[in-house]
Write a protein that binds this ligand. Sequence first.
Ligand code: ADP
Ligand code: MG
Length: 321
Amino acid sequence: MLELKKVSKFYNDDGNINTGILKVDLKLNIGEFVIITGESGSGKSTLLNVISGLDSYEEGEMYINGKETSHYNKYDFEEYRKKYIANIFQDFNLINSYTVYQNIELMMILNGYSKKDIKKRVLEIIDKVGLTKFKNTKVSKLSGGQKQRVAIARAVVKDTPIIVADEPTGNLDTKSAQNVIEILKNIAKDKLVIIVTHNIEQFEQYATRIIKMHDGEIIENKEIKQIDENTKAKECNNKNIKIKNIVKLGVRNTFNIKTKFVLLFLIFFLVTTTLFFEYSNFKYAEYQESLDGSSTYFKDVSDNRILIKKEDGTPFTRRRL
Ligand code: ADP
Ligand code: MG
């Protein structure tokens, strides 16, 4: 379902051309649990970013379900990512001031799911990664292992056929890492899971394919378990975010951090009171001046000026003679 033919990616670093990946040939299918390994700088992240549609490529062709992608522009790649890709990052990329539930819900809101689908599915996934007890806990209060489980839940909830993870256990202790790997393995059944890791032993027993990279090239591509090649990736029917939900997120983002809300309120209070005092001072000064017989309309005039007002305050009108 995903195929790369002689794909190269180069980086232009102040005029120096760096090779990210070089003429990579690769064919991956649904149901595979792929491990990519290699020393630092060997192109693992670049390969993952190209597959994820986060990086474009300069040479070769990448096919998804047999369709070419080399002509894709930024928006095509956004669509591609929506339909096919879920990312799990080493540093979790979660919103710390949101609860576990809200972090996962956010992904569904952003992908245009309806309200009734969201609640059921979010709770289901939270249960799957074993965090039901923490569903209303803010992410900032969780351990590294728990955070990574939230990140996995958030990736899975999107229901895309491909899940990519760059060093998902890189920041975890052995026990949490094991836990995370088990969850990833269970997910892999009807998806293509691609994992970049330094620590191949952690994943080895589950891998269906192990790929080794060196200087941007694949130097070893070992199929450990054969997977049916003809399974087509089910496109994920993600839509755009609904207006109602944009408002909901705006309100949530204003109120979710207590100190932020208090600060916003204080700033609002200061600005409005300052404006109010400025305005009333101005009005008062204007009134005082008018008592003295001057007004804003008659500034800078001679001291000998005589001001005539009608007693009843009505304006003077010109009488035709
Ligand atoms: P790995 O993930 O295996 O450590 P990377 O894919 O990050 O390797 O990097 C592969 C090569 O591409 C390295 O030589 C690196 O210096 C280069 N590279 C990666 N990202 C960039 C970038 N944004 N700008 C310039 N060079 C980059
Ligand atoms: Mg990397």
